[in-house]
Design a protein around this ligand. Structure first.
Ligand SMILES: *[C@@H]1O[C@H](CO)[C@@H](O)[C@H](O)[C@H]1NC(C)=O
Ligand SMILES: *[C@@H]1O[C@H](CO)[C@@H](O)[C@H](O)[C@H]1NC(C)=O
Ligand SMILES: *[C@@H]1O[C@H](CO)[C@@H](O)[C@H](O)[C@H]1NC(C)=O
Ligand SMILES: *[C@@H]1O[C@H](CO)[C@@H](O)[C@H](O)[C@H]1NC(C)=O
Length: 844
């Protein structure tokens, strides 16, 4: 403020302090250079951006290029202000302002007036009211958002002389701006002491700036534009203009080639919906990360339906560039013998959301396809919804049971991209009897159609077209339910579609889908989160008639989190295959899959043990399910058995002659038992668990003449155990402890387990009671039950009244009938026993 007159001083925004040296350089240099630079620069621009021609302009030492308007661009009304502080660190300092090309200039391009305080105000009066400029501004206004694009580039191993040459660097900066279609208004460069250059350019669209370290051979550059257009296509331009490598100082010297890293950020605030659709995925993980090596955009295409973008990169945490280079050499190294382990990763994004990547795609696609295929007894007709990369198709084609697979993908452009850029995804050349490209396999039919409409047209109940076969498996490899886009309603909240899916499947049919990132423990209810469509979709499928669902997760798909999937079964008896043991599944793999041409298994990830890991949903899935459906069975319980409740030990029980007429042994209390206590629950949980398929086998064995003498074993399983239906078909679970001798309490005289209104005498054997204690067995989807089923089977073992010492413990065996068939048999059996017409089977 010193010396300034407060009244007379112009607004600070209009003050420019211009050193004499600056004026000399700009005024003299610009006049001589402008024409030459203008001509050279025009050459770059007229070539268009696709090839981005590059013309070497000879270095003109000491003379900086002038920003010159190109190709009919006009300098907008601009007031230039700058201030230079002489710190002594900077050797030279130059500011250059944009000017019009000479030919079209009909006025002095810039007018600088002495201002108070020794500075200059330079005012461009070129186009005081050019209507074309205002029109342009209006057009941009319509999509104007307070947002921008920020590109950061670091390059090392550069030539020192280049990095110390203000002129060459300024020219590269100007070329970058011109080739990117941007407009440089002015720039300012300092040559620093002892070395290095800093430049900052003001663009019509914001700014570009860089700093160099010539001794270390490093430049760091950033470019910021306020428009919506991506700067990614210009990264190769930056690379070419600034990657001026070192030359060897003597013959044969090995110099490191330039090494570039970049990162790209969207800045500011933009239309919420657009941002949401992309979820920030590509920006956060890929573009925004500086450390990825060789990060290159391989392809970017706007198809009729979506933006498809494919990138390559080497993630330095997993493999190095050196290892990749070794792997493609022939040097006998480990890398060169296993080149497939050192390839750059390739990542596919659709509308900015990661779809799949080289490292993980096999695990992802095998996890999506084979659980459903092996749950079906004989998958012959399969449909795929989406799956444009062709990898889901590839997995289906590995099955020898297959007669036809119909892939319904709306986006032919995506499939064309996949054939070109993702050949490994749709390579079937190593599957015996298939073709090089999976799309050419004669068993594959691809329809480029809207799958929703296709299903509704061909399979709506009562309106079936009859043109397409009934299906065994449907695999939906489409949109994440977490991406709430316009299309979500149509796909996930569509009654007609859900019904057509159900109706298209055979009785043993399985529908399977990926459902995006797996739930975390801390997630809110699905209905209060991004994943509400997942819940809505499952609800629609259950309404359409799917009897059972299974949720599962896999963590090896190469995504940045654990991935979730679910299968829905037309008939819950199909679940018995879902719960098959690992040996059964491994055998099915051997029997049902085509081998590779080398005679090996075509599967690299899925096997029987992998399937075992899918049989229990995660704890997080259970917790979030219970937040979503708090009154679902089990959600108010402590995993079936409450550890706070007293458990009467077996030492307080004894087995002696029963008081029940028809029975021999019975269990008696040796001490007074308080109502609500568990009875020997510790023993009950150590059960003999026989899954349905094994039980059927044991039963068949004892029916065989040679096995008949062992039928005591089925009697034991039936008489002492309880039937379960949860795993599809009827299995048995036996409590091998003393409590197994518990008899049935006729006429509601039981003191163990929940009291029921009905007993064997008043029950209607032809209809299951409203709330059977085991009606959880018929729940369509409940991860709590899936996770706690073994303990649930035994959690009915509590005293329903005080039991004085010496009293016989009696159970309500009706509680263990989960299905109508079991119910009917149990009611009739117990009725007979309680009428003392028949001996209790266990005491035979
Ligand atoms: C990958 O980066 C290395 C080191 O920076 C470089 O030598 C090589 O040319 C790059 N390869 C590709 C395919 O970009
Ligand atoms: C489910 O499948 C079983 C076994 O194949 C069959 O007995 C039953 O009738 C089917 N249920 C329905 C509702 O189709
Ligand atoms: C859980 O909910 C059921 C049904 O609403 C109820 O009968 C039961 O008593 C509840 N259990 C607990 C431990 O709160
Ligand atoms: C048991 O026997 C029945 C009748 O012979 C047969 O259909 C079924 O496949 C057999 N089950 C097993 C698991 O062997």
């Amino acid at each position: 403020m010193a010396g300034g007159s407060s009244q007379a001083a112009p607004s600070p925004a209009y003050i420019v302090y211009v050193p004499v040296r600056f004026l000399v350089v700009t005024l003299v240099g610009s006049v001589f250079l402008a024409f030459a630079v203008g001509q050279a620069a025009r050459l770059f621009v007229t070539g268009g951006y696709e090839q981005i021609p590059f013309v070497e302009v000879e270095e003109e030492k000491g003379i900086l290029p002038h920003p010159v308007m190109q190709n009919g661009k006009k300098v907008p009304r601009t007031v230039y202000t700058s201030k230079h502080y002489d710190t002594g660190k900077s050797v030279t300092s130059d500011s250059l302002l944009a000017r019009q090309e000479l030919q079209s200039a009909n006025k002095e391009w810039v007018e600088c007036i002495d201002s108070e305080g020794g500075g200059k105000i330079c005012h461009n009066e070129e186009h005081p009211s050019d209507p074309s400029i205002e029109q342009n501004e209006e057009e941009e206004e319509s999509e104007h958002e307070p947002a921008g694009q920020h590109l950061l580039v670091d390059i090392e191993n550069l030539e020192g002389a280049f990095l110390n040459s203000k002129e060459r660097l300024a020219r590269a900066m100007m070329d970058l701006v011109d080739l990117s279609g941007l407009t440089m208004l002015s720039y300012h460069c300092h040559e620093l002491e002892p070395a290095g250059v800093s430049c900052a350019g003001v663009l019509l669209e914001s700014h570009v700036s860089f700093h160099t370290w010539p001794a270390e051979g490093v430049i760091t550059l950033d470019l910021f534009t306020c428009g919506p257009a991506s700067l990614v296509p210009y990264i190769p331009v930056v690379q070419r203009l600034f990657s001026i490598g070192k030359s060897p100082t003597f013959e044969g010297e090995e110099v490191e080639p330039p090494h570039m890293l970049w990162s790209y950020k969207r800045r500011g605030f933009r239309n919420e919906e657009v941002y949401d659709a992309a979820g920030g995925d590509m920006y956060n993980y890929l573009l925004g990360v500086m450390e990825f090596e060789n990060k290159t955009q391989i392809a970017a295409v706007k198809t009729d339906f979506q933006d498809v973008e494919i990138f390559d990169l080497i993630h330095p945490r997993f493999r190095t560039v050196e290892q990749y280079q070794k792997s493609i050499s022939n040097d006998g190294s480990y890398e060169s013998k296993h080149p497939e382990l050192f390839l750059p990763d390739r990542i596919v994004y659709l509308d900015g959301v990661m779809q799949s990547r080289r490292y993980g795609e096999a695990a992802y696609h095998e996890s999506l396809v084979h659980p459903a295929m092996f749950a079906n007894p004989n998958p012959e007709y399969v449909a795929i919804i989406g799956g444009g990369e062709g990898a889901t198709l590839r997995e289906v084609l590995k099955h020898d049971t297959l007669k036809q697979v119909i892939m319904i993908e709306i986006d032919k452009g995506m499939v064309d991209m996949s054939k070109k850029y993702l050949p490994d995804w749709n390579y079937c050349g190593n599957i015996a009897g298939s073709t090089e490209s999976c799309f050419d396999d004669p068993r594959a039919t691809v329809y480029y159609q809207d799958a929703i409409q296709w299903f509704i047209d061909h399979y709506s109940p009562g309106k079936e077209s009859g043109k397409e076969p009934k299906l065994d498996v449907i695999i939906m490899d489409a949109l994440d339910p977490g991406n709430n886009v316009d299309f979500s309603d149509l796909l996930f909240d569509n009654e007609a579609f859900a019904k057509a899916l159900h109706n298209s499947l055979n009785d043993g049919g399985v529908f399977i889908a990926q459902t995006g990132e797996a739930a975390n423990l801390e997630d809110p209810s699905k209905m209060n989160s991004r994943e509400r469509y997942e819940f809505i979709f499952k609800t629609r499928l259950a309404e359409a008639g799917f009897q059972t669902m299974k949720e599962y997760e896999d963590a090896h798909g190469g995504f940045n989190g654990v991935w979730s999937f679910f299968a829905a079964f037309v008939n819950s008896s199909t679940k018995s295959r879902w719960h098959a043991n690992e040996a059964e599944i491994n055998l099915a793999i051997r029997k049902r899959m085509r081998s590779t041409t080398a005679g090996k298994s075509p599967l690299v990830y899925f096997d029987g043990a992998t399937m075992q890991s899918y049989q229990y949903p995660s704890k997080a899935a259970e917790v979030v399910f219970c937040r979503t459906v708090p009154d679902a069975f089990g959600c108010n319980r402590t995993h079936g058995i409450d550890p706070r409740i007293y458990d009467v030990p077996t030492s307080d029980l004894e087995v002696k002659a029963s008081l029940v007429d028809s029975a021999k042994h019975g269990v008696f209390a040796k001490v007074d038992i308080v109502e609500g206590s568990y009875l020997a629950i510790k023993e009950q949980t150590r059960d003999i668990f026989i899954p349905p398929s094994t039980y059927e086998l044991i039963y068949n064995f004892t029916q065989h003449p040679a096995g008949y003498q062992h039928s005591f074993f089925t009697s034991f399983l039936k008489g002492y155990g309880c039937g379960h239906h949860y795993f599809g078909g009827v299995g048995r679970s036996v409590d091998p402890g003393l409590l197994a001798f518990t008899n049935h309490g006729c006429n509601s005289n039981y003191n163990l387990g929940p009291m029921q209104d009905v007993n064997e005498m008043n029950a209607d054997e032809n209809s299951l009671p409203e709330r059977s204690p085991l009606d959880w067995e018929t729940a369509v989807n409940n991860p709590f039950i899936d996770r706690n089923v073994r303990v649930l089977m035994h959690s009915l073992g509590y005293a329903n009244r005080d039991i004085p010492a010496g009293t016989e413990i009696q159970d309500n065996l009706l509680n263990y009938a989960g299905t109508l068939e079991q119910w009917k048999n149990t009611v009739l059996d117990l009725r007979a026993q309680c009428s003392t017409e028949e001996e209790v089977v266990v005491s035979e």
